[in-house]
Ligand binder design. Sequence first.
Ligand code: 2AM
Length: 176
Amino acid sequence: MSDTRRLFFALPLPPKTQRALVKWRAEQFPPEAGRPIAAANLHITLAFLGEVSEQKSLALQNMASRIKQPAFSLDLDDAGHWPGAGVVWLGSRRAPRGLLQLAELLRSQAARSGCYQSPFPFHPHVTLLRGATKTVAIPPSGFHWPVAFEHFALYSSEFRRGRTRYDQIACWPLIT
Ligand code: 2AM
C-alpha cells in the first residue's frame, strides 16, 4: 500500500563509530560470512513498527516528542550469530537501563496504537551482516566499542533496486 511506510524507532550510531565498525568487520569476517550492512545503516532498533499509516506515524511522533529519558552510554562488547535470521550482530553484555526503558516505552506506545509487535524478546543489537545462514566464526571477546547516545529517531525503511534505504523522519534528544 502506498499510503503506509515501514517504520522503526532506533538509536543511530555516530558516523565515527559506523566507520570504525565497518573497518573492524572487514578484518573479522570473510566476505562469504554474509552481506555487510552499509555504514550509514548501522543502528540499534528500539521498536520495529511494521507498515504504518501517515496518521498513525504522526501520533507516534507526537508521543515520542514528549518522552523525557536520560541519555546513556553503552559498550558494544558482545557479538553473536542468529543463523535462523541470518544475522551477525554486535551487542552489549550489560545493556543500560535507560536504553531498555526507552525501548519499553516506545514499544508499549506502539502496541497501544495498534502497531506490529515483534514476538521475540528485545535484544538490543547492531546488525552487522545479513544472509549469514552458514556457520560464522564470531570474534573472541575482548573488543569494546563505547558509544554515547544523546538522540533517538524514527526511520522509514524502503527496499528499492536491490538496496535497503533508511531515511530519518524525526529525531528527539535524550536528556543530558
Ligand atoms: P534486524 O537488524 O535485527 O533485522 C529495520 O528493518 C530494522 O527493524 C532492523 O534493525 C531490523 O532488525 C528491524 N526489524 C525488521 N523486521 C523486524 C521484525 N519483524 N521484528 C523486529 N524487528 C524487525
